[in-house]
Design a protein around this ligand. Structure first.
Ligand code: NIG
Ligand code: FE
Length: 423
């Protein structure tokens, strides 16, 4: 078959394996690293990859060929955990944070997430849309082509709905593909203080069916945390969501270990998120239940903690892991997946190959997009992140700098030398 476009002479292409399931444990160490690589694209999809001169049968009179000497390519990076749509910002809490006031204490005083809830309730659709679009632009400029986006700054139907609508609209309008998660159980709204069960019933009886009916989210998530929702409450909500056909995720063991991991294993959620405080037993249960561990090292960094999730141990115990930003206005205000990936090496002692597997093929499985993205198998979308780096290790070694040279989304050039091509 003849390609429309062939990108040739990459110093290296990082080509993860799709084994039909997320890469578990030692599988995360494996990937093809193709020297002097090429990627052939037809109709926005991957036609072939290989090394050296592309096969003659790929080249016709109209085939465009572009050379990438000195660069490396990876599948489009996937950010599989964000709280993307919100009003306002929380730099005024930064001083408190620097003075050592704990995150959960700021929340307990009515700040933190609840601050953002107030700002999001006040923000209209256009305000939220423009703000979120800007965040997505940053992400794309850093090489991200698919993003999971949670609601959870409304905690009432109208605002949760508006957040989901914004994500849906941007999924259509923006280059980045969005995967929506409904997370009304992100905090207990002020008007339900002390009545968390009643709030959960509101979610279960009123909100979940509406979200499902309008197909506004694929996943349901809950913040299982000390002072927020208990493990029993998390089980209650997620069981109901599962019955309605939602796929599940859970924020577990972020700050305190209160049983969210056991709920994840029991309900076989797609992923358990954060896991900073995961115990040996918890990791073993997640491993057995094939729950993906979604780790967010930039949150640990931003909370100024030293309790990075025990990623090495998780891999030893046979878990599949992913890494993502957690992009949100409180515990992790960033849009830079490259920094997250570097923290994966610097602070969690993962290897570059493990990190790249985490943010491509494993992240694709964690957002249920493994059929279309996550690696360079023939027929997958031609989502490609191209780094100004002579080899893969350089992307980690030269840190905290945006190394993206170009990005292709479904075979179209969407970022070129630091700029979005539609601007
Ligand atoms: O994943 N843990 C709960 N939610 C976010 C923080 C949201 C916020 O602080 O606004 C998190 O860390
Ligand atoms: Fe989160």
């Amino acid at each position: 078959m003849i390609a429309d476009l062939i990108l040739v002479h990459f110093n290296q292409i990082f080509a993860p394996h799709d084994l039909g399931h997320p890469l578990y444990g030692a599988e995360m160490r494996e990937a093809d690293i193709i020297e002097d690589g090429y990627i052939a694209i037809k109709d926005g999809k991957i036609l072939a990859i290989g090394s050296g001169q592309p096969d003659n049968e790929l080249i016709g009179p109209a085939t465009q060929i572009k050379a990438y000497n000195g660069k490396i390519a990876t599948p489009g990076i996937i950010d599989c955990h964000t709280h993307l749509v919100y009003g306002g910002s929380r730099e005024h809490e930064f001083a408190q944070k620097l003075n050592g006031v704990p995150y959960l204490e700021i929340l307990a005083q009515g700040g933190g997430i609840l601050n953002t809830v107030r700002a999001t309730r006040q923000a209209d659709f256009d305000t939220l849309y423009d703000k979120t679009k800007r965040l997505l632009d940053y992400m794309l400029l850093h090489g991200v082509t698919t993003v999971e986006a949670k609601s959870g700054y409304g905690l009432d139907w109208n605002t949760e709905y508006r957040q989901l609508e914004v994500a849906q609209a941007l999924n259509k309008d923006h280059t980045i593909d969005l995967v929506s998660t409904f997370m009304a159980a992100h905090a207990i709204p002020p008007e339900y203080q002390g009545r968390s069960k009643e709030y959960l019933d509101l979610i279960v009886n009123d909100m979940l069916p509406l979200v499902k009916g309008q197909n506004l989210a694929e996943f349901c998530d809950i913040f299982c945390e000390k002072g927020v929702f208990t493990a029993d409450e998390s089980r209650y909500l997620l069981e109901k969501a599962k019955k309605l056909g939602f796929k599940l995720r859970i924020h577990a063991d972020e700050i305190a270990s209160i049983g969210g991991v056991e709920v994840a294993a029991e309900l076989q959620t797609t992923s358990a998120e954060h896991l900073m405080m995961a115990t040996d037993q918890g990791m073993e249960e997640l491993s057995k239940a094939h729950v993906i561990g979604n780790l967010l090292p930039a949150t640990t960094f931003s909370l100024m903690e030293d309790t990075y999730a025990p990623a090495r141990k998780m891999i030893e115990k046979g878990m599949a892991i992913t890494l993502s930003t957690d992009s949100n206005p409180g515990s992790c205000p960033t849009a830079n997946m490259q920094f997250v990936m570097q923290l994966g090496c610097f602070m969690m002692h993962l290897t570059p190959i493990e990190v790249l597997n985490a943010v491509t093929i494993n992240a694709a499985y964690s957002v249920n997009r493994q059929e279309t993205v996550g690696n360079f198998d023939k027929g997958k979308e031609a989502d490609i992140s191209i780094f100004d780096a002579p080899n893969i290790d350089y992307c980690f070694y030269f840190f905290a700098t945006n190394l993206i040279h170009q990005v292709y989304k479904t075979g179209q050039l969407v970022v070129d030398q630091g700029r979005l091509t539609d601007k």
